[in-house]
Design a protein around this ligand. Structure first.
Ligand SMILES: [Zn+2]
Ligand SMILES: [Zn+2]
Length: 364
């Protein structure tokens, strides 16, 4: 009854886990029953071998006790094995590690009707969902930062049961659905025959315990939907299109599972006076022909209020002046950008006859 898994896979006893994985993939590919020249029996055999050798822990047990080691265990399973075990144990069936097969056969997971995403904690009370919200703010709020209050309709932890789903003062009992194991086994028909899939018990979420009475407010989910207000600090310097993540402020998880995250996508409303260019602010200022020719001191609106700007004699239209440090605070870093003012010289229109004559006399 002892099977030589090393021989079946065609690897040495000292082969590394990586080598075993590689060899398995190659062989599984060659003899896959859907392929021409495929060999279903052999495919099953190498799968069985890989289920043991591909797992360092099981491989160590196998090295010590041989392939019979698993039959000694009640239920024929491996403790802590979260996967799909074949009916009747490896002698008449086989196990599939969906993770390893997934990238070889592509859609195999779909045939079986369950996903190939593995990992610990599968099916446990699920983490709450993430929430995405678009948040519009004004230009100045983006520059200096702001505190905003947002109201969201979302799942929050039930205040009656504190999230465990039990009616206060109800007793803790062993879950009847799974008899306390936290798992249930479903049989599924597949192209390779009947497969048994172990899944987390839907009633206790894998805890193995349940309460004698479910919470009357949340019906045992541990969460209720509510409008919930949250204060958000918008950091100074944030730009249009950037996202703020508020960890743990998404939907509450069922029965005490962790909450999801809240993502705020920032939309900065356009401003009539200011435009943003990186951390600089751009604006335009109109001056008269005389101011441009003779020079002047003018007031420039900035996000800090009006600032005086000296226009030198003979300033040309399109000339850009820099108001240092009047721009946008650097979101990651220190200091601020600059405010750049473009001067637009207005050419006079609607001149009187006298004004026209004077201009002609000036000859400019
Ligand atoms: Zn249960
Ligand atoms: Zn409740």
């Amino acid at each position: 009854m002892n099977k030589d898994y090393y021989n079946i896979l065609g690897v040495g006893k000292n082969a590394s886990q990586e080598e075993i994985k590689k060899t398995f993939r190659k062989k599984a590919h060659q003899c896959h029953p859907d392929k021409q020249g495929g060999d279903e029996q052999k495919f099953k055999e190498i799968n069985e071998a890989y289920q043991v050798l591909g797992d360092a822990k099981k491989r160590a047990q196998y090295d010590q006790f041989g392939s019979a080691f698993e039959h000694g265990q009640a239920g024929g399973g491996f403790s802590g094995f979260e996967g799909f075990s074949a009916q009747g144990g490896p002698a008449s069936g086989w196990d599939i590690n969906m993770e390893d097969l997934g990238d070889i056969f592509g859609g195999l997971g779909d045939i079986f009707g369950f996903s190939s995403q593995g990992g610990q904690g599968r099916g446990r009370a699920r983490r709450g969902g993430d929430i995405q919200v678009l948040l519009a703010i004004e230009f100045k709020e983006a520059v200096f930062g702001a505190e905003k209050e947002i109201n969201l309709k979302k799942n929050v932890v039930c205040d009656r049961c504190g999230g465990n789903g039990a009616e206060p003062d109800s007793k803790i009992e062993t879950c009847k659905t799974c008899n306390g194991s936290g798992r249930i086994i479903k049989t599924q028909r597949t192209i390779f025959g009947n497969m048994r899939a172990q899944t987390t018990c839907p009633d206790c979420g894998g805890e193995g315990k349940s309460y004698s009475r479910k919470c009357s407010k949340c019906h045992g989910n541990g969460v209720i939907q509510e409008i919930s207000g949250i204060k958000v600090k918008i950091p100074a310097g944030i730009d249009d299109g950037e996202t703020i993540r508020l960890s743990g402020h998404g939907e509450a998880g069922e029965r005490g599972a962790p909450a999801g995250d809240l993502y705020l996508k920032i939309r900065v409303n356009p401003d009539i006076k200011f435009k943003r260019d990186g951390y600089n602010i751009l604006s335009k200022a109109e001056i008269s022909f005389a101011q441009a020719a003779l020079g002047d001191k003018i007031e420039i609106p900035t996000v800090d209020g009006n600032v005086k700007l000296k226009i030198p004699e003979g300033a040309q239209s399109g000339k850009v002046f820099r108001l240092s440090g009047r721009g946008i605070p650097r979101l990651r870093g220190s200091g601020r950008g600059d405010h750049l003012v473009e001067i637009i010289v207005k050419t006079p229109t609607g001149l009187s006859r006298k004004q026209k004559e004077m201009l002609k006399e000036l000859g400019i």
